[in-house]
Write a protein that binds this ligand. Structure first.
Ligand code: MLT
Length: 208
């Protein structure tokens, strides 16, 4: 397990012990850091290589992956800049650690930057598990997501993300050719056991 800096991201890397699994790119929620999701990653994809960066934007001292103007209202120019920065980081980390394109596992703000990556830099990711994601950009060029596997896990009682907004994001991915599975769970914004089970089963099917 290493803690290192590339593209000025602080991140952790855990080498793979199971080469049949694609690497995971773990993207934490607001106030998290590079350590937060490692236990989750190891639970849902045992043996997968892990790359887990810390968001570089601070909101009242809490790390995030892009600036927001209010809860659910994003600084879209910053979303674009930060998604590209993260895309560059992924390329560097892959080169440094000899990794295939990763599957992102993002929670909340981390799911939103993963969604922005899929829209803006689709080649950066082999797929994504988006837990409590919303549409990160009002307008984005239509990416080529042909066959890209995406699991979206939405909370029916999420006070931050209207269900219609998450459905719109799923529709955008689908019309770009992605292979989308979108589950709406009887949950709020927080992670639940059902998220863990669904993510684990879905990732199990992605094995080489
Ligand atoms: C965001 O800012 O990405 C969303 O509001 C989710 C959050 O981080 O609370």
């Amino acid at each position: 397990m290493t803690v290192a800096t590339a593209s000025s991201f602080t991140y952790r890397h855990v080498p793979a012990t199971d080469a049949s699994r694609p690497p995971l790119l773990l993207l934490h929620g607001t106030g998290g850091d590079e350590n937060d999701l490692i236990p989750l990653g190891q639970m849902i994809a045992p043996g997968a290589a892990i790359v887990s960066p810390r968001g570089k934007v601070l909101e009242n001292g809490m790390p995030r992956f892009f600036r927001r103007l209010a809860e659910g209202v994003f600084d879209e120019a910053d979303v674009i800049r930060r998604a590209n920065d993260l895309g560059d980081f992924i390329a560097e980390a892959r080169e440094r650690h000899g990794l295939a394109a990763p599957v992102a596992v993002g929670f909340s703000n981390g799911a939103n930057i993963a969604a922005a990556l899929l829209l803006l830099r689709p080649e950066a990711l082999a797929g994504a598990v988006l837990i409590r994601a919303m549409t990160p950009l009002a307008d984005a060029p239509k990416p080529d997501l042909a066959g890209k596997p995406i699991l979206m896990l939405t909370g029916a009682m999420d006070p931050i993300i209207p269900e219609a907004n998450a459905a719109e994001l799923a529709r955008r991915f689908e019309t770009s050719g992605a292979n989308v599975e979108h589950e709406v769970l009887p949950a709020g914004h927080s992670l639940t056991q059902a998220d863990i089970r669904l993510a684990r089963d879905w990732l199990g099917k992605l094995r080489a």
